[in-house]
Design a protein around this ligand. Structure first.
Ligand code: CA
Length: 507
């Protein structure tokens, strides 16, 4: 009798195990991305376990949360924002398509109807929602063309700025996100505002990352549908500018940097004397980073407290970097490493072994890779142009099949209509980042090559010397072609690539 009974129990346990294997519990996904955060602005890069994997020094910044998180995550050294600018990055991240395919080739504002997230595109949130996820978006969105759809003042923009940059995203444009607490773009860090799921506006009087972490924690604890896995995006605006005074940062964070000389904060050999004015923002920029680090830590603590950390994929990244006193006044939208390279760390305790990983990741790769790591490879939409790099993130071995380059994209306004609205975009620069080099070619409206930038990042990580080695340039241009084809880029469609190649041969 006893024996028989124990057999029954064993069978039942075995059956349960089989059922689990057939339909594993889906992991939750938390995606935190502050805006304009340099990959260099993470303290742990100076720790020996990390420093031996990179050629640069970490900024003198305090990031205790990220230091701990890095030891629990796969840390990419070579993640790049394929178009290092707010809206195009966000469009690519959401759709897995390059800016032409996502519908967002330029930064979104009311002069640019050409730049507006395609409503018919299938985003990562559309996929996860269809797969039974509860989906939340908290913070800056910046992929919508602002229209006069102010829910508080019908027939008007959400503010009176000219041109209008901020936007309200109505339900039909939320792509599967059922919990909403977001805005388009707005840069007063201590007076942020948000529209919630029902279109109510909330005007807040505290530092936006702190408030967004509070909303995220409340979502985790009280607001989500606990019967479903969840996908939560937290899109913080700092360390984006403004970073000029205590109106922009928390005083406790500023106090860590206020007594330091700029020469102690800006330690890179490429810091330019001509950018002295910009450099004064360094203590505020680093204070913003430290504040973001703390708020990210609060979200991680909530996951732990709820017992969710083992089965939750957590990503920490940014939409582009910040040159902070080197190369150009413009912090972003350039091929320099400090603009183009971004933090990218992914933690998934039950599936990913923590390590530092040199795989090349471009923004359109994020969506297919995340879906694949979550066990949803079969749900990657056919229209996705990015590559699923999960195999190399999982095993850490960069073999011959791994990506060999990330496309660099810079667009500017093209034609305008009578009202001054931008109706097309111009693909002014294209380039490639490989494991060794950065190349970027800028053209004029006549398609004549205006500038070539090429750096040997291995031997010149601060990009002090623009090289003119024809052999290397031609080889990189060749490597760029399949990436442009994959992106269905105007440089291929409009024959620009061939014209550029002809000019390079003559040079
Ligand atoms: Ca941005």
């Amino acid at each position: 009798m006893l024996t028989k009974r124990s057999v029954v129990i064993t069978s039942s346990a075995a059956l349960t195990a089989v059922m689990h294997a057939a339909s594993p519990e889906r992991p939750n996904i938390v995606y935190v991305f502050p805006d304009q955060m340099r990959n260099h602005a993470m303290e742990f890069w100076n720790d020996e376990d990390f420093s031996r994997h990179v050629k640069f020094k970490a900024d003198p910044v305090y990031t205790p949360t990220l230091n701990r998180f890095a030891r629990e995550a796969v840390v990419l050294t070579s993640a790049h924002s394929s178009c290092p600018l707010s809206s195009p990055h966000r469009g690519m991240m959401l759709t897995g398509m390059y800016p032409d395919g996502s519908g967002v080739p330029l930064n979104c504002n009311a002069t640019r109807p050409i730049s507006n997230l395609r409503q018919d595109a299938i985003t990562i949130s559309d996929v996860l929602s269809q797969q039974g996820y509860d989906c939340a978006y908290i913070g800056k969105l910046h992929v919508d063309y602002p229209t006069k759809n102010n829910p508080q003042k019908p027939g008007h923009y959400v503010s009176d700025r000219t041109p209008e940059w901020d936007a309200y995203t109505p339900k039909e444009r939320r792509h599967g996100f059922n919990f909403w607490y977001s805005y388009g773009t707005f840069d007063v860090h201590k007076e942020p505002h948000y529209w919630d799921t029902d279109g109510n506006r909330h005007d807040i009087r505290e530092w936006s990352p702190k408030h967004e972490a509070d909303v995220a924690i409340d979502y985790l604890k009280n607001k989500r549908d606990a019967s479903k896995p969840f996908f939560m995006v937290v899109s913080m605006n700092p360390p984006h500018s403004p970073y000029y005074s205590l109106d922009d940062v928390e005083e406790q964070d500023f106090n860590l940097y206020k007594d330091k000389a700029l020469s102690e904060l800006l330690i890179r050999p490429n810091v330019k004397a001509s950018l002295a004015k910009k450099q004064k923002s360094a203590p505020y920029y680093f204070a913003s980073v430290t504040g973001v680090d703390r708020e990210f830590g609060r979200i991680l603590n909530a996951l732990k407290e709820l017992g969710l950390d083992e089965n939750t994929i957590v990503v920490f990244t940014s939409d582009h970097g910040e040159t902070m006193g080197s190369h150009l006044e413009d912090p972003k939208n350039s091929p320099y490493t400090e603009s183009f390279n971004v933090p990218f760390m992914i933690r998934y305790p039950s599936k990913l072994t923590p390590h530092v990983n040199p795989v090349l990741l471009g923004t359109p790769d994020i969506m297919p890779t995340l879906l694949s790591i979550a066990g949803l490879k079969h749900s990657i939409p056919a229209a996705v142009q990015g590559t699923d790099i999960a195999p190399w993130i999982t095993n850490g071995k960069i073999d011959k099949n791994a990506p060999t380059g990330v496309l660099y994209i810079r667009n500017v306004d093209g034609q305008k209509d009578k009202e001054g609205r931008v109706t097309s975009y111009f693909a002014v620069a294209r380039g490639i980042k490989t494991d060794r080099y950065t190349l970027a070619i800028t053209i004029g409206r006549d398609h004549l090559v205006k500038e070539i930038l090429m750096f040997d990042d291995k031997n010149d990580p601060y990009q002090l010397t623009n090289l003119s080695d024809k052999k290397v340039i031609n080889s990189l241009v060749k490597q760029m072609k399949p990436l442009l084809q994959k992106a269905n880029d105007p440089w291929i469609r409009e024959g620009i690539y061939d014209k550029v190649v002809k000019q390079l041969v003559k040079k």
